[in-house]
Design a protein around this ligand. Structure first.
Ligand SMILES: Cc1cc2nc3c(=O)[nH]c(=O)nc-3n(C[C@H](O)[C@H](O)[C@H](O)COP(=O)(O)OP(=O)(O)OC[C@H]3O[C@@H](n4cnc5c(N)ncnc54)[C@H](O)[C@@H]3O)c2cc1C
Length: 361
C-alpha cells in the first residue's frame, strides 16, 4: 500500500481535477491527482502536428460570461482570440435543395479560443502543480470507508485519504467506481446526469491554405443533411496554418474511420469542389468510444439533464467525499467554465472544513 502524506485525493486530471489541485495549493493544501489515462486534460484535447494547425478535438470555445475560466486564464497570462467568422456561412437545409450562402447576424456574445490551444491551459496547470502529485494510469475502481478516513483503490495500488473528490462525469462515476454508502438519491441523479458532449464526434481537416476565405466564405457550415452538422474555420491565430473543424452527426459513430472520412470529403466537395482533396490530414474523435469519458445510460437523458443539480453541492461521508466535475457546477455546467467553478467551490469548502478542524489532514 502506498503510504503518503497527501491526504486529499482528487480522482481525474481533467480541467476540474487540475484546477482543484491548483486552488487547494493556493490555500496551502496539497493533493494527489489520480488519472486513468496516460495524459491529462480529459475532454480537453488538442491534436498537434508539426508545421500544421493544431486541432481541438475536445473543448474549444469560451465567452466573456465564463468568468471563472476567464479569470483562471488571465491569472496564468494566457490570452484568447475571437473565432474567425468573416464572410458568408454555408447553410444546407435539406438533401434535395442546393446549399445556400447566408450572412450570420453579428454575434452579441462572441466566441473565443484560447491562445496557443485549449491544451495550453492544461499544460500550465500541470506545470504549477508538482509533477509528483499527478499520477497517470491510475484507474480508480473503488473508494472504501475506513475507521479514520477513506481508501482509494486503483488497479494496482491503494491510497489512504482523509478527503476524496471525484471529478468524473457523475454517470461514469456511479457506473464504474464502487463507492461507499452514499444516499440513494445520489446514485439515481448521477445515473441520469448527462455527460456533456459525450455523444459528440469532432472532425478536423488541415490544409496548406484557407481557400474557403478567398471567395467569400468564413468556413462556417450548418447542415441538416450531414454527416457534417457544423463546421468552423480552425486557422491558427498566427495565420500560418489552416484548418476546418467541426461536428459530425452523432449517428456516424456506427461507421468506421475511413467511411466517415470519405463522407466528410464528399460533403465538403459539394461546397468547395476538388480543392478539398488537397487536404494535408484528416482526423476525428468519437467521444462515446472513450471509456474514461462516456458510459451508456440506463435511460437516455436529454442534453444537460441534471447538470448543476444541487445534490452535487454537498459533502458526503461527514465532509470526506465530494462529487465535482463540470456537470456539477451551479453555473455553466458542462462547459470548461463549469469545471473551474466546481473546483473553486470545492476548494473553498474543503479549506473551511479543515480550518474548523472538522477533519484533520
Ligand atoms: C467534443 C467536445 C467539445 C466540447 N466543446 C466545448 C467548448 O467549446 N466549450 C466548453 O466550454 N466546453 C466544451 N466541452 C466540454 C468541456 O470539455 C468539459 O466541460 C470539461 O473539459 C470537463 O472537465 P472535467 O474535468 O469536469 O471532466 P473531464 O475532462 O471528463 O475529466 C475527468 C477525468 O477523469 C479521468 N477518469 C475517468 N475515469 C477515471 C477513473 N476511474 N479513475 C481515474 N481517472 C478517471 C478522465 O480520464 C478525465 O481525465 C466540450 C467537450 C467535448 C467532448
Amino acid at each position: 500500500m502506498q503510504d503518503n502524506n497527501l491526504p486529499i485525493i482528487i480522482i481525474g486530471a481533467g480541467l476540474s481535477g487540475l484546477s482543484l489541485a491548483y486552488f487547494l495549493q493556493e490555500r496551502g493544501l496539497s493533493a494527489n491527482v489520480l488519472e486513468a489515462r496516460q495524459r491529462p486534460g480529459g475532454r480537453i484535447l488538442t491534436s498537434f502536428k508539426a508545421q500544421q494547425a493544431p486541432i481541438e478535438m475536445g473543448a474549444t470555445w469560451l465567452g466573456n460570461k465564463h468568468t471563472a475560466l476567464v479569470e483562471l486564464l488571465a491569472s496564468f497570462g494566457i490570452g484568447k482570440y475571437e473565432q474567425y467568422q468573416n464572410g458568408l456561412a454555408i447553410y444546407e437545409s435539406q438533401p434535395t435543395a442546393p446549399a445556400q450562402l447566408i450572412r450570420l447576424p453579428p454575434n452579441p456574445e462572441p466566441s473565443y479560443r484560447i491562445d496557443g490551444s485549449s491544451s495550453r491551459l492544461i499544460e500550465h496547470l500541470t506545470k504549477v502543480i508538482p509533477a509528483s502529485q499527478i499520477k497517470y494510469e491510475q484507474l480508480v475502481q473503488k473508494v472504501e470507508k475506513t475507521a479514520n478516513g477513506l481508501l482509494v483503490h486503483t488497479q494496482n495500488q491503494s491510497w489512504k485519504a482523509s478527503i476524496v473528490v471525484s471529478t468524473l462525469p457523475p454517470n461514469l462515476l456511479v457506473k464504474t467506481v464502487e463507492l461507499p454508502d452514499l444516499p440513494e438519491e445520489v446514485y439515481e441523479i448521477a445515473a441520469r446526469t448527462h455527460t456533456w458532449m459525450g455523444e459528440s464526434i469532432k472532425f478536423g481537416l488541415r490544409f496548406k491554405e484557407a481557400f474557403w476565405r478567398k471567395p467569400q466564405t468564413s468556413g462556417t457550415i450548418f447542415s441538416n443533411v450531414g454527416p457534417i452538422i457544423e463546421c468552423h474555420d480552425h486557422t491558427d491565430p498566427s495565420g500560418q496554418y489552416f484548418g476546418l473543424k467541426g461536428f459530425l452527426h452523432p449517428s456516424t459513430y456506427r461507421f468506421d474511420f475511413e467511411n466517415r472520412k470519405q463522407q466528410v470529403l464528399q460533403q465538403l466537395r459539394k461546397f468547395y469542389g476538388a480543392v478539398i482533396d488537397d487536404y494535408l490530414d484528416y482526423e476525428d474523435r468519437v467521444w462515446r468510444a472513450e471509456t474514461f469519458t462516456y458510459h451508456p445510460y440506463d435511460t437516455e437523458p436529454i442534453p444537460h439533464q441534471n447538470n448543476g443539480h444541487p445534490i452535487f453541492r454537498q459533502a458526503f461521508l461527514e465532509g470526506r467525499f465530494y462529487i465535482s466535475g463540470s456537470e456539477t457546477a451551479a453555473q455553466f455546467p458542462g462547459y470548461m467554465d463549469g469545471a473551474v467553478r466546481a473546483a473553486r467551490w470545492i476548494s473553498k469548502s474543503i479549506f473551511s472544513t479543515i480550518q474548523k478542524q472538522q477533519i484533520s489532514t
